[in-house]
Structures are given as structure tokens and as C-alpha cells.
Design a protein around this ligand. Sequence first.
Ligand SMILES: [Fe+2]
Length: 300
Amino acid sequence: MGLHRLTHVTLATPDGTAAAAFYDQFGLAPTGADRFASADGGEQLRLVEDAHRRVLELGLGAADLDDLDGIADRLRARGLPADRDRDTLRSHEHATGIDVVVTVAPRIRSAATTAAVPNRPGANTRVDERAEPIDREGPVRPRKLGHVVVGSTEPEVTQRYFTDGLGFLVSDEIPGIAAFLRCSTDHHNVLVQGAPVTYVHHTSWQVDDVDDIGRGAHHLLDGDPGRHVWGLGRHYLGSNYFWYLRDPGGTFAEYYADLDVIEHADAWTPRRVTDSRALFAWGPPPPLEFLAPSDLGVSA
Ligand SMILES: [Fe+2]
């Protein structure tokens, strides 16, 4: 598959000014009016004011122009839209209304961090000194946009668009509910779930480690505890630590760290999980708000 990353996401949000202030505090760097960059992924978030919060556009990065040709052929063979100009492929997922834009993009290359090995019983690697994370200063800066989770009124249609149409691979499944889809070496880049209305459930942003998840959430909750949604916990599918915060429009923003990476599809065995592990390995109980956001007008 020629795709190798998410490039950007454009979110519709009811109050652009309030949302912009939130994502600034979240740690993304403003690059213009309602545009934000991650530390390693470049400009990855665009905000557009609209009463109906949803994903307007999702950008995907491919290796070269031949990949755009191949994906366009694949879409057209399935009767799906594919408009190609010299360096861009534009498509559209009709159930969610998401515009998909595929361009040739550089791979995201993150400088390696040098995290200390934690002290463990019988294996104290840090002696006579304090733990490095407690003295970290300055804001958390998310490295990149990791994944986007959307609600669709026709989840099977939307999921097939990403798998059959664009060539995403299935990493794990919650049968009948959702599948974790990847277009990169990350465990998942897109997840589609059924919903009474089209909406964006959350975007997820990679930080260095679990301490930076905690530091980022602490910063957002300091003075506005109502932003808390769910965390700290660890997902079973994807293995990542998580903490979800609520933006002013009701869309969740997730800090994540230590996600599974899949470089060899034949070495990875997808799992089909039907019990509580579908949601998490450990953490506080997921709140109803996470499972059925109140602004959708329905209960779980
Ligand atoms: Fe997530």
C-alpha cells in the first residue's frame, strides 16, 4: 500500500474561537487562523466553524504519484469517486460526507527519545536521583496526529470505503461494532463506528510517553476540570495509554503513547474482541459520555 500517514484533518466545530483556544492549550502550535501543527507532522489540524461537529476533510499521505494512480484506479473499480489532477487525488465518502484528499507527502520522522527505564522491584536502574519526568517543564507538544474516530449512519459502507476503496488494513476488530484500520505502521489511523448521526468522536495525538499524557491532561484540567472525559488508562486494542479530553464543541481529543506498531502484516494476527477489552485493558470505567456523547440526542 502506498499510503503511509495521515496528513491532516479538518474539523467542523460550533465555536471556532473557543476550539482554537483549546487546541492551543492542548499543545498544538498555531500556524494561522484556525490551523495548527504538531511537532513532527506539520500542519495537521484545521478548524471550520459549523454547528454540526464532524470531519470535513481527511488528508492521507502517499509515497509517490504512482500510488495516487493506483488508489484512484482502486476507487473507480468499486464505483467510488476519484478526481485526479497533477498532484492530488480527491475522493468522498458519502455516508459520513468526509472529503478525502490524497497527496504525496514526506514520511513522518520523529527523533528518538531517551526515556529512562523505570525502577522495578529487584531492578533499580535509577539510584540516588529523582525521576526525570517530575522536572519536565514547558508545555506538552504532540508529535503527530495518530488517528481519527468517526460515527457513521452507515458504518459498514464507510468502513468498506476505507478498506476496499482506499486500501486500509484491519489491525483488530470488535465484531459488528468497529474495526481498527491502518494506512501506516501505526495500529490504527481510522476507526468507524455506528451512530445515529454523522459526527467526529475523537482525534488522537501522540506524545512521548505516559508522563506527557499526564502532564498534558493536567494542564488542560487545571482550572477547567469539566474537560475530563476518560483516563488515565491503557487500551487493549492498540496497547496505548490514553487520556481523553473534551473540546468546547464536544469533540474529544486524546493524548496517546506507546501504541502498537505493525511493520510486517504477516507477523501480526488481528484479534476479534467481544468483551470489555474492546474498550480498555485497565483504567476507570468508561463514562456514558464516551460511549454515547450527549449532544447526539440519543442514549446508549
Ligand atoms: Fe483513540
